[in-house]
Design a protein around this ligand. Structure first.
Ligand code: CO
Length: 281
C-alpha cells in the first residue's frame, strides 16, 4: 500500500475552564467540542505565571478505569497517593499513571511563584484492563530521548521515531507522544502508525498541517484531529512552532463516564462510586 499523508479533519479550540481546587486551564479534549477522541478522553493545558491560577492544585481525588499522563514543561508538581507512592514531577518529566482499579491521589504545585506549564492527557484502558493493578511510569527529563533534525528538535516520550524508542512502555493504546519544536519555516514529516487516532496540539507559534495548497493552519491553543494515514506533514510559521503530536489505537468500546471514573457501562460506574464510598480504593 502506498504511503498516505494524514489530513486535518477537525480543528478544536481549547476552552478556558478550571478544575481541581481552582486551577485555571484550557480543556481541548473532554469538553463540549470534543468529548473524546478514542482512545483519548481528555487533554488539558495549564499555563500561568500567576500563582492564583494554580496554587490550589488538585487535592485528593480518585481515578478508575483509565490512565493519566502528566507532562511538565515548567514548574514542579508534587504527587502522592493512597497506596504510598509519591514523587516530584519536574520540568521536562512525564508521569504515565495507570489508575486501573483505582487510586486516590493529589497533584499539588511545589512552588509559590513562577511559571507552571504542562499538560494532562487521559488515555482509556480496554475493558479487560480497567480493573488491573495501578502502575506508575515516572520518567525523569534525562530519560526522554531528544532528537535534532533539520530545523526541528523533538522529544520522544512514547512510541518510536526510527530507531529511537520513547521510555514509556507496555501501554494498551500503543501510544505515540512527541513534543516538537520547529524553527521558523521548518518542515517535518512525522511518521504515525496507520489506524491510530491522532492529533496535533499547537502550544506555541503556529503551523500548517498537510501538503502545500491543501494545508490547514493551526494556531496556538488549537488541536487538529487527523484523518488516517502513515505520516503527517508539518510546516512551521514565521515565528516557529511548538506542538504535541499524539496518536493511539482506538478501542471501539462503549464509554460510560462520570467525572474521574471511565468504565464501559453505567453499572460499572455505580460500582466505582460504591467502592470509593466503602473505602475499597
Ligand atoms: Co488526578
Amino acid at each position: 500500500m502506498a504511503d498516505t499523508a494524514r489530513r486535518v479533519t477537525r480543528i478544536i479550540a481549547g476552552q478556558a475552564t478550571s478544575d481541581g481546587a481552582g486551577v485555571r486551564l484550557y480543556r481541548v479534549i473532554g469538553g463540549q467540542a470534543l468529548p473524546e477522541l478514542d482512545p483519548f478522553l481528555l487533554l488539558d493545558e495549564f499555563v500561568s505565571d500567576d500563582p492564583d491560577d494554580y496554587i490550589a492544585g488538585f487535592p485528593e481525588h480518585p481515578h478508575r478505569g483509565f490512565e493519566t499522563v502528566t507532562y511538565m514543561l515548567a514548574g514542579r508538581m508534587r504527587h502522592g497517593d493512597n497506596l504510598g507512592n509519591s514523587g516530584l514531577l519536574e520540568a521536562g518529566s512525564v508521569q504515565w499513571m495507570t489508575a486501573g482499579r483505582g487510586i486516590l491521589h493529589s497533584e499539588m504545585p511545589e512552588q509559590e511563584d513562577g511559571l507552571m506549564w504542562g499538560f494532562q492527557l487521559w488515555v482509556n484502558l480496554p475493558a479487560r484492563n480497567k480493573l488491573r493493578a495501578p502502575r506508575y511510569q515516572d520518567i525523569p527529563p534525562a530519560d526522554i530521548p531528544g532528537l535534532t533534525l533539520a530545523g526541528a528538535r523533538l522529544r520522544v516520550i512514547a512510541g518510536a521515531w526510527g530507531e529511537v524508542q520513547g521510555p514509556v512502555q507496555d501501554i494498551d493504546a500503543a501510544p505515540v507522544y512527541l513534543d516538537l519544536e520547529l524553527d521558523p519555516g521548518a518542515i517535518l514529516a512525522v511518521p504515525l502508525p496507520r489506524g491510530h487516532a491522532a492529533f496535533v496540539y499547537c502550544f506555541g507559534g503556529e503551523l500548517a498541517i498537510g501538503d502545500g495548497g491543501a494545508a490547514t493552519l493551526l494556531e496556538r491553543r488549537r488541536l487538529a484531529v487527523l484523518g488516517d494515514g502513515d505520516s503527517v506533514r508539518l510546516a512551521a510559521g514565521t515565528a516557529g512552532a511548538r506542538a504535541l503530536v499524539v496518536a493511539g489505537q482506538p478501542f471501539g468500546e462503549p464509554i460510560a463516564r462520570y467525572g474521574p471514573f471511565v468504565m464501559n457501562t453505567r453499572e460499572e460506574i455505580m460500582t466505582a462510586i460504591e467502592d470509593l464510598r466503602s473505602g475499597r480504593f
